[in-house]
Design a protein around this ligand. Structure first.
Ligand code: FES
Length: 102
């Protein structure tokens, strides 16, 4: 489903949208768009309220870090990676679909 237009999200920025009744974080890193569940697996903090530095998202609550490309946990008090969504860009619209493997 269409979630955002490319002009709404500049490089280095992230925003959240609702997909299938879940909050999904959309990030733009150097013109490539990524989508992750907008919840840290530790205490469910909203990752979209954290920071994005390069490919690293930092949780705003206890500072766990995740790779925005894969959802992989890099460091912090969390056991799980963050689920990712598949992303497609057509013309100026970003589409998000739940990744089939999750
Ligand atoms: S809620 Fe994210 S590290 Fe605790």
């Amino acid at each position: 489903m269409p979630v955002i237009t490319t002009s709404e999200l500049s490089p280095g920025a992230m925003k959240w949208r609702v997909v299938d009744r879940e909050r999904v974080l959309i990030a733009n890193v150097e013109g490539v768009f990524y989508a992750l569940r907008d919840a840290c697996g530790h205490r469910q903090a909203l990752l979209s309220k954290g920071t994005l530095e390069g490919y690293v998202i930092e949780c705003p609550l206890h500072f766990a870090t995740f790779d925005v490309r894969t959802g992989k946990l890099l460091s912090g008090p969390v056991a799980d990676d963050v689920p990712t969504y598949s992303v497609q860009v057509k013309d100026d619209t970003v589409y998000v679909k739940r990744a089939p493997s999750r």
